[in-house]
Structures are given as C-alpha cells and as structure tokens.
Design a binder for this molecule. Structure first.
Ligand code: ADP
Ligand code: MG
Length: 384
C-alpha cells in the first residue's frame, strides 16, 4: 500500500533523505523536520552541508556535534490564518561533524581512557579519521544511532552526503566487519610476541613494501593505530549490527529526493537500485523543482490556436500567438517531466508515495520558505 507523505512526519521515527547533490536534499530534510514539529512532534534534523543562510535560520551556523533546540517562536508563528501549529512540538537541528562523532565512538568503545587516548593521539588516526572512504556516511549513521538511543526525539530526519557514495553507509557495517576480519589486520592486532612470530613473513614483507612508499614513521603509526584498537573489534562489530538493524526497522523510512531532469532521474534510479540491493525500499519519491503544468489543455490544441491567430491580421494577434506557443512549450516540458517521473516510479515499485515541489522563484533559507515548501509537498500528494 502506498503511504502518504504525512505518515512520514506523523508516524515514523527515522527518515533518511537520499539523492545526488544539488537536488534539494538538505532543504527537504529541514522541511520534513519542521512540518513534523508543527504537527506536535519532537523532531530533529541532522544536516550535512546546509547553505549558510539555512544554517543561520536553523541556529547551527557554528559547527556543533549536538542538537540545538530552535526557539519555537522562530518556527511556529509563520503560517497564515487557519494554519496553526499543534502545541507541544519541538524542533532541533545539528550539523554532522564527522571527526567528533568518530572520536566519541572510539572513546565509548575503548576498554580504558588510556586506550582511547592512544587512538585519538595517533597521527594516522588524526589524519585519516575524517577522510577514510565512507567515514562521513558511516558517521552520519552512527550519529543517527546515538540520537535515536539517547535523544528524546519522536522523529530524526537525516540528510546524507552529496555524492554517489552517500549510500556507502548501507555497506559500512559490513565493510567494517570485513576489515576487522582481514588477515593482515588480524596479524597486526596480535599481541606483540605472537605477532613477531607469525607476522614475520607475510606482514613484514607487506609492511616493508608499504614503508618504501610512504615512509617508516607512517607505518609505525599505522601499526600503532591498529594495535591500539585491540579488544575493540567486538564492540565495533556489535555497533555495526545495531546500526544495520535500525536502518531495517519498519519505523525507518527512506525518502529519495530528485529533480525531473533526465540525468537526475538516472541518478535516482541508481540510488533506488542501491537501496533495493541493500534490502531497503524507497517509501517516498520527492521530485523537487518541477515545472508547473499551467492548466490541462493539450499542447496540440494550444499550437492550433497559435496557428489560427497567426492567420489573423494585426500585431496583438501575433503577440497572442507567441504566448500560446510559449504555453504549449511549458505544457510539453511539464508533460515530459511527468512522463519521466512516472517511469521512475514504476521502476522503483508501486508502493512509493510520489510528491512534487514546484520550482520556486526564490531560495529556501528560512522558516517561512521552508514551510511554504512543506505545504506544497503535502498539497501535491493529497491532490493526486
Ligand atoms: N523547489 C525549490 N525552488 C527553488 N529553489 C530551491 C528549491 N529547492 C531547493 N532550492 C534551493 O536550491 C539550493 C540547493 O538546495 P539544497 O537543499 O542545499 O540541495 P542539496 O542538499 O540536495 O545539495 C538551495 O539554495 C535551496 O534554497
Ligand atoms: Mg545538501
């Protein structure tokens, strides 16, 4: 059964917004959290890269790794008449800080403060913890898990990084486990004596080769880094499992944001496939920046009217003919867009809710404009 977009903000506990960069993912995530708060829930949005003015509006212009509650006055009294908020709603926002989230994960999984310090002080860790492939994606999920466990939120909306790799978080738990099971890694993790014995051939050769390329201090750092993790694998593995379970929970929904342009549609198909491979389905497809339809007259009829006008004498008739042609162009574009979108929905599967947000003449960077998008979002759904 197809769900309604309203259900996402009214009933779900976690909503993850996916899609390529530039389609309006960050905007959509903020809109969904705002609308949920306006409907009386305690909502939090975790953003990745908000535009400066949006960050200002959300009160997170300075990077913090904990949610900031936004004063209700700023977001509750923005609707028109008859557009009141349900009392009791709360809205918080935070911007993901990959490094701090990773640090916290290490600190919590370490057996002792000394072990945590050994890792956090390690040069290799300091240099790569923010840049390792998939780290940002995985830390977004780690943060989600922390908020889900410790925050008192009814709904957490997560924005994802603006790349094709954004869905790497789906694999991150598996990848982490694979790394921990890796032979070289296991050898490096062995207590020193056993390590010297067993590692003498395979690992030493490997390390010597790597040392020639990157220098031996780096290698010492790397070895120290992996050694420092001793005993923490189990914690990481359990954590990865728990995050995987949270993503698979029926209270978690994936929303795919895209634009109606052909290349964006292709990207959206790719994202939907990746989600399907990971056993997740897209609950809602939000198509942002669609052209409005401007009525329902067929382009052919409009073109015929233009032609007839061109046969009539006089300048006003010619001008009107041009306008009819223009309208026919718009109707054609809107029709093509709808066609692409329906095809995409068919590819994704029948149960996906579909919503449109028109191309607005202005940016979306404050609560008034976010709410405007929210109303359009819910409106287009109920209208269909
Ligand atoms: N429907 C819309 N009409 C007009 N501008 C929009 C619309 N949706 C988003 N924008 C603007 O487009 C820009 C990119 O949006 P953003 O949400 O940051 O995209 P993403 O997170 O996918 O990269 C922002 O400046 C935003 O205000
Ligand atoms: Mg973004």
């Amino acid at each position: 059964m197809t769900i309604r977009i309203e259900e996402l903000v009214d009933d779900r506990r976690v909503v993850i917004c996916c899609g390529t960069g530039g389609v309006g993912k960050t905007t959509t995530a903020a809109v969904l959290a705002l609308e949920s708060a306006r409907r009386g829930r305690n909502a939090c949005v975790v953003t990745i890269d908000p535009a400066r003015r949006l960050a200002d509006a959300l009160g997170i212009e300075h990077l913090t790794n904990d949610p900031t509650e936004i004063d209700q006055k700023l977001w509750a009294d923005i609707g028109g008449e008859g557009d009141a908020v349900v009392p009791g709603g709360r809205l918080s926002a935070m911007m993901l800080d990959t490094k701090s989230t990773f640090d916290l994960l290490v600190a919590r999984n370490a057996a002792s403060p000394e072990q945590a310090k050994r890792i956090l002080d390690n040069t290799f860790y300091r240099n790569v913890s923010g840049a390792l492939g998939g780290t940002q994606e995985y830390m977004a999920m780690e943060k989600l898990h922390q908020l889900h466990d410790e925050g008192d939120f009814d709904l957490i909306v997560v924005d994802t990084p603006p790349t094709r790799h954004a869905l790497d978080f789906l694999d991150a738990p598996k990848r982490l486990t694979r790394l921990l099971d890796n032979r070289v890694f296991r050898l490096l993790m062995m207590p020193t004596r056993a390590y010297l014995r067993v590692a003498s051939v395979a690992v030493q050769t490997f390390l010597r080769t790597v040392a020639r390329v990157v220098g031996s201090e780096v290698i010492e750092d790397v070895v120290a880094f992996f050694r420092a993790f001793e005993g923490m694998e189990e914690g990481f593995r359990t954590r990865a499992q728990v995050v995987g379970d949270l993503l698979a929970d029926p209270d978690t929904a994936f929303v795919l944001v895209c634009s109606p342009r052909r290349d964006a549609m292709q990207e959206a198909t790719f994202f939907a496939q990746r989600l399907a491979e990971a056993g997740q389905s897209v609950q809602a497809l939000i198509v942002n920046r669609v052209h409005p339809s401007f009525g329902d007259e067929a382009p052919a009829g409009l073109r015929a009217a233009a032609e007839a006008l061109r046969q009539s004498p006089g300048e006003p008739a010619a001008r009107l003919a041009a306008l009819y042609d223009n309208l026919a162009d718009f109707r054609e574009i809107a029709g093509l867009e709808r066609g692409h979108i329906e095809a995409l929905r068919d590819r994704i599967g029948g149960g996906t809710a579909l919503a449109y947000v028109p191309y607005l003449a202005h940016d979306v960077h404050d609560f008034t404009t976010l709410h405007e998008v929210g109303e359009l979002l819910f409106d287009t759904v109920t209208a269909r």
